[in-house]
Ligand binder design. Structure first.
Ligand SMILES: Nc1ncnc2c1ncn2[C@@H]1O[C@H](COP(=O)(O)OP(=O)(O)OP(=O)(O)O)[C@@H](O)[C@H]1O
Ligand SMILES: [Mg+2]
Length: 267
């Protein structure tokens, strides 16, 4: 399939979060308002980065969008309906691979769960493994992989279903800087080739700037949006861009907003 065909086959869906609220209650403990009154969204096919202080509710927000957790109030729309009706994939910070399965069998797992036949699973898994640059390691087991390779396998497992929405929660945070930049390059290229919508949670301003078309900065808990910033950089982004003056200029607004959001939850 060419990049243009892939784009037509699985165009990205819109995401719209309005007034989202999530409160965690445990007996004998004070309620934790993790998310309160958050409005944000993504246009079909947009790449949006979400930044915010540790513990501010980013993972909770992403889990609610994925339908893995419920909102106590507000509305969350994904595509025409909600998460249940949409082909979406979720990438966690840990690769979460099954240790007894090879890379190929790990990547094929979502298709197995959907009842696809063996030949379809194998072809799709091999394609996804190639897409993330892991072709030589398809028959290896997770214990034989580096951290970066495990994350590539995890990304391939997300891509194998050709998601219309890809949600990533600090997926590359534990990797060394060079490996991380390599994966960022690859993810950006995959996004451009497929046209899927991407929501990417990160603590890294540089990573958000490199990857996204728009960055959303959240305050301390309960998370509120303190800034929405369109990233004015060319669509074609390569390693050299990270040292460019335009890149530094784009990060400045994000640093300032993150500092504001950290200082005050009532922004
Ligand atoms: N299942 C849960 N039960 C109780 N409290 C929870 C639960 N999940 C999250 N919380 C609390 O909700 C708040 C937001 O957590 P969340 O994991 O969404 O933050 P985060 O922004 O993803 O943090 P980090 O940047 O450290 O990953 C935290 O105070 C956390 O302790
Ligand atoms: Mg988190």
């Amino acid at each position: 399939m060419t990049a243009a065909e892939a784009k037509r086959a699985a165009p990205g869906v819109a995401v719209r979060v309005q007034g989202a609220r999530r409160v965690f209650r445990a007996r004998g403990e004070p309620d934790v308002v993790a998310v309160d009154g958050v409005d944000l969204g993504a246009a079909p096919g947009e790449f949006v980065a979400i930044l915010g202080p540790s513990g501010c509710g980013k993972s909770t927000l992403l889990r609610m969008i994925a339908g893995l957790d419920r909102a106590d109030a507000g509305t969350i729309a994904v595509g025409e309906g909600d998460a249940r009706d949409t082909a979406l994939a979720y990438v966690f910070q840990d690769a979460h691979l099954l240790p007894w399965r090879t890379v190929e069998d790990n990547v094929a797992l979502p298709l197995e769960l959907r009842g696809r036949d063996a030949a379809t699973r194998r072809d799709a898994a091999r394609r996804a493994i190639e897409q993330v640059g892991l072709g030589d390691a398809a028959r290896r087991h997770p214990a034989q992989l580096s951290g970066g390779m495990r994350m590539r396998a995890s990304l391939a497992r997300a891509l194998v279903t050709e998601p219309r929405l890809l949600l990533l929660d600090e997926p590359f945070a534990a990797l060394d800087e060079i490996t991380r930049q390599d994966l960022d390059d690859q993810l950006r290229a995959l996004w451009r080739a497929t046209g899927m919508t991407v929501l990417f949670v990160t603590h890294s301003i540089a990573e958000a700037t490199f990857l996204a078309e728009r960055a959303i900065v959240l305050t301390r808990r309960p998370a509120r949006v303190v800034l929405e910033h369109a990233i004015d950089l060319p669509a074609e982004r390569d390693a050299a861009l990270r040292g460019d003056a335009r890149f530094a200029a784009e990060t400045r607004a994000l640093y300032a907003a993150l500092a504001r959001g950290n200082a005050s939850a009532a922004a």
